[in-house]
Design a protein around this ligand. Sequence first.
Ligand code: WQD
Length: 343
Amino acid sequence: MAVLLTGGAGYIGSHTALCLANAGFEPVVLDNLSNASPEAIKRVSRLTGKQIPLIEGDCTVKSDLEAVFAQYPIDQVIHFAGLKAVGESVAQPLRYYRNNLDATLTLLEVMAAHGCRQIVFSSSATVYGTNQEMPLRETFPLGCTNPYGWTKFMSEQILRDAGTADPNLSVVLLRYFNPVGAHESGEIGEDPSGIPNNLMPYICQVAKGRLKQLNVFGDDYPTHDGTGVRDYIHVMDLAEGHLAALNYAQAHRGVEVFNLGTGVGYSVLDLLHTFERVNGLRVPYRIAPRRPGDIATCYADPAKAAELLHWQTKRSLDDMCRDAWRWQSQNPMGYRTAQETDA
Ligand code: WQD
């Protein structure tokens, strides 16, 4: 039986497709390629020795989803597809609400029409909002600070209500913390379009000479060194968390939510200096003003996933930095490198 990965050609989706294929699942990828390259799935197919189907299409277009369900025996879905840039969501809220909520609603309608009753949803720690004690637990109150976060919050609520209405539906909500790193082959990785918003890809591009220096957004936070603290999780640990979630969805009904994080917070400077040490590099940086909307500290309590999913992270910050750099140094221009050589 097949597992549909919406948005599966993206950073987390492609790593999850690799993990599932290696575990004997049959991933089928639907992606509109607005923020992903088909090269990612070509490489996953090469790495796994399995032909992973990639269908170009959009979750907000019912006929695109219908075509996939008509062609493949989909019995589980992992829903990654969605717009995900926090800053962009503030500038374009209606586009974010329309796209991300339409995708979730349309997907659920098509799943119901085809008797597909198991869904894993790509949510985010951003739904916890600010002013929370640490570590974050799944039972904590929610509240978002940007439209992107609200679309995750609202999609969670849509899925909860769908699960309440249909007792045969199995819904697993996964709240990611900060995914970083790449598969150990260096063949697939994070390939942000334009100037990276996130810390690790920015560091990698400075190290590669594509960007001049890192701007550290504030060193006056109430943390051990004044810079922001986050729960960085290796993308392969995150991918394995999705495998565990699929197995849980297969064995249970109802709605469950899980934090996917390490439970350990590292600061910007912790990550920067680890990156320099494990890769033998210097990364120039300057202290810049705080970034609006940033919080001082955010990290997970991952105990529930350990107990119910029998999953916990295995890879260290050293592994995250080493694997991120291998991808960047082997692919200076991301997936475009391949297209250029193909041209
Ligand atoms: C991490 C730390 C910055 C860039 C975001 C989204 C969240 C989720 C993960 C989707 C912070 C600092 C960053 C830079 C810096 N995405 N930083 N210089 O903001 O924790 O989370 O990505 O679900 O929804 O909000 O991640 O990597 O942007 O920032 O100093 O050039 O690095 O201030 O302390 P963030 P990030």
